[in-house]
Design a protein around this ligand. Structure first.
Ligand code: CDP
Length: 250
């Protein structure tokens, strides 16, 4: 084949680092499932909700009201957050427990509704995409942060089952827990996360939905891994069908 003169063959783009995006409502088990899927595949893991929670905690500590969009966005942009060895640190302090308090769950849901806060956290989330792959969980992983994710899962369960799971979790930690109150708070948060104007919680394609009612953690993990395997095969066959150069699509 001549290489002189004429137009050069396009250099094939390497396949992008694969992302599995797991979105879903509160207490749907996203965190547990995403972490286990990441472990099974040897992938990195991003708990995007933790970034909103740390932002809320940092804002409250700085005396910034969660409703002050611009001020909270400034806190988010300068957030001294780090995840050494799976811990969550704010300015070097381990805040893993502090950010799980119910008051912070509520505050995180309020700060997450500000577009400026979401914009301030976008690049930070994308920076987690490193070889060999990433499993990320949140509300807008598949719709906004990683729209080219090879697999998108919308993990859900009925409000009653989710409330029971959260109740059990709190009891196991020895914390006070009232089931009707948990169910009420969970419905409020569902409504706020789904009804907000920016990056609302949404199921996306019907085939993304995975309803975990009646399924064990192991069963859900196995389904996600099966879907991933299938998605990778479909992607690979698409690439070889388009022989002559797989190019990256946005
Ligand atoms: O544990 P839970 O599912 O209740 O919450 P989380 O995933 O830790 O997220 C805390 C809050 O951050 C949620 O109520 C959402 O409002 C918000 N969030 C978001 O808006 N977008 C994300 N990608 C992740 C969380």
């Amino acid at each position: 084949m001549s290489t002189g003169g004429g137009s050069r063959a396009p250099v094939p783009m390497p396949p992008p680092v694969p992302v599995i995006a797991i979105d879903g409502p509160t207490a749907s088990g996203k965190g547990t499932i995403a972490q286990r899927v990441a472990d099974a595949l040897g992938f990195h893991y991003l708990d995007s909700g933790a970034l909103y929670r740390v932002t809320a905690l940092a804002a409250l500590r700085a005396g910034v009201a969660t409703t002050e969009a611009a001020a909270v966005a400034a806190v988010a942009a300068a957030l001294p957050v780090a995840f050494p060895g799976g811990r969550i640190e704010l300015g070097g302090e381990d805040v893993g427990d502090a950010i799980r308090a119910e008051s912070i769950s509520e505050a995180a849901s309020i700060v997450a509704a500000h577009p400026a806060v979401r914009a301030a956290l976008l690049d930070r989330q994308r920076a987690f995409r490193k070889a060999p792959g990433l499993v990320s969980d949140g509300r807008d992983m598949g719709s906004v942060v990683f729209p080219d994710a090879v697999l998108k899962v919308f993990l859900t369960a009925s409000a009653e089952i989710r409330a029971q799971r959260r109740h059990k979790q709190l009891m196991e930690k020895g914390l006070a827990a009232n089931l009707p109150a948990i169910l009420h708070d969970l419905r409020m948060r569902d409504a706020r996360d789904s009804g907000r104007a920016v990056a609302p919680l949404q199921a996306g394609a019907p085939e993304a939905v995975l309803d975990s009612d009646g399924l064990t953690i192991e069963q859900v993990v196995a389904i996600v891994l099966e879907r991933y395997d299938l998605a990778v095969r479909v992607q690979a066959s698409g690439r070889s069908a388009g022989a002559g150069g797989s190019t990256l699509q946005g």
